[in-house]
Design a protein around this ligand. Sequence first.
Ligand code: ADP
Length: 466
Amino acid sequence: MSIRLRLALWYGGILALLLVLFGGALYGILQSSLLSGVDRTLSDTAAEVQSSVRLQVTVTGFNWAEAVTIPPLDVFAAPDVFVQVRYLNGSVAATSANLLGRQIPGLPTEEWSSVLSGTVDLRTVQEETVRVRVRSEPVLVNGQPVGVLQVAASLRSMDEALNRLFALLLAGGVVGLLLAVLGGAFLAQQALSPIARITDTARRIAATEDLGERLPHLAVQDEVGQLASTFNEMLDRLQRLFQGQQRFIADVSHELRTPLAAIRGNLEVLQRGAQADPALLQESLEDISREVTRLSRMVADLLALARAEAGVHLERRPVELDSLLLEVYREARHLARGVEVRLGGEDQAQVLGDADRLKQLLLNLVDNALKYTSAGGTVSLSLSRQDSWACLAVSDTGSGIPADDLPHVFERYYRGRTSPRRGGMGLGLSIAYWIAEEHGGRIVVESEMGKGSTFTVWLPLEGMVS
Ligand code: ADP
């Protein structure tokens, strides 16, 4: 069942319940107040009749007789109020003329006796098509019951008013309910239609695998508007990751092929007899060694990537950062082709970490610095201590990073727009970032186009790690 239908049904159900409760209460209150009005009229009329009943004593010579006189009942009757007096045996003694020969119904034996013993009986009886309210009470003379006074009123006009109210409540309730359910369904439809669009778009993307699709931006940023924006942001990210991954596969194969081709070329040179030429031999061996180093670093990066994705944590042992930086400096000089590599300030600093991974981090930074700095430029390495942190910096005087690229350079597979075709796999910085994070540290970058970049790695000193 759709949310729209469920909402409309819930809405309608609750409204119907409220209407029934409200209508029922209104009907009940009105009925009881009308009925008590009728009862009051009956009791007023009965009181008037009672006050007019007299005991008449007639004395003739030595004999006297007592007789109860009942006043003419028509005086008390009103168009809808009937009066009747019954003898103690139940037979009718007198009726008001407006009864037109009919009688107010008597009482069952039990109730009759209890009325004679002084209680007032109030009941509603059905007389043909009309309901009648009947009040029965004893007529007492000198404390003794001499008959039963019955006053009755027709409930026709009250019932008619109540029936009209019932019809009105029913019609109003049904129409109101219908309008509310339709209105609720319409509102739910309006509110949920963007969700239907999101579903359609998601379905289209799943069917066509086109991550370029986007939802139209919703002007109102309510919950659904935010959902649409979040969905679009997610698509942006997915698209970037997906494109990055596609390019990554192409780059990896290309990157692996290039050093292999260089090694093969040098081996062929050696096979063709380069041994005879010591200079050529030296050059070929150096080339092979450089390419093998590059290959090993690429494999190390791929391995680190796999570890990072598998959530593997690094081992931690004390590492002398100054010795590590020196090793990296030596390797960097070996890799630099016409770029001057400098070793700046070098404090002593020891951290807890994985020496191989930390070296990989620095080599990735240095490799980038060399890659994006043309011959004649400078790459500087330095190590300093600041409070409880070791601060490693790799600066270059290279091309710099465009401001648009800066926020993304640490993302996996991200390669800058200005990065050369043989730039790399877009992995180096993301792996460096992961390694720094694994050591409880971080990397920050500052860069200015045309002037160069500085990558600074902050690592907590040993004893400061939790
Ligand atoms: P890549 O394999 O492309 O070098 P990285 O993750 O190492 O991947 O770097 C990501 C991007 O950051 C590079 O494509 C490049 O645009 C930019 N970048 C990194 N280091 C530097 C630097 N020292 N100078 C200029 N740009 C850099």
